[in-house]
Ligand binder design. Sequence first.
Ligand code: C5P
Length: 232
Amino acid sequence: MGKDVIIACDFSSKKDCMDFLAKFTEEKPFVKIGMELFYAEGPQIVKEIKERGHKIFLDLKLHDIPNTVKKAMSVLSNLDVDMCNLHASGTIAMMEAALEGLMREDGTRPILLAVTQLTSTSQERMTSDLLIDRPIEEVVVKYAQNAQTAGLDGVVCSPLEASSVKEACGKQFYTVTPGVRFADGDIGDQVRVTTPEKAKEIGSDYIVVGRPITAAADPVAAYRRCCAEFIG
Ligand code: C5P
């Protein structure tokens, strides 16, 4: 695996999601299913999208005691997802337990990524609410290193953090980056954005793209443009 465009399927119902995916008659994009769709439709939505031949990043960001996360990950792994994630702040022990839970009987497992600090958390909030007074970039890198120590495959991070994560953890450690916009497109509510081309330059392994594709007049053309700019 590596270097792919993942479409964030941020739909509130199965119908909207399936209508969207039906537009793709030639390619089978890698898709991200988030909490909204998963909680609305349940595990069945994962099975149905899998049956259509898509790879799935199940973005549920687990965070609980190690034993609970291990058991939950085992359930997700049996849904045959290709990628899933958790919060690195759950500690190395929780991340190790998650990996154990993900391992299937045949020795395969989904890619496991850690969320470091959410990009919605500012330096000020991290300091005042979480009492973490180190610079946010240092925290992100430390959490990425913890994830690597636990044996995870990479992190979800802002494109602006990807280079320092790669520097600290090496090229093989995946960086999966949302916040992608076309140079001539709408930014929407994202603040720190990058283009697919720039994400490629930075060394992102996967980009997660939602509205620039899902809200485009021609989503298939927008997806192809994204692939052309990011993968080349
Ligand atoms: O529509 P848009 O391209 O902004 O969607 C980006 C996707 O990536 C959404 O599903 C959003 O929840 C997710 N995401 C993000 N920033 C993060 C982590 C996840 O935008 N730090």
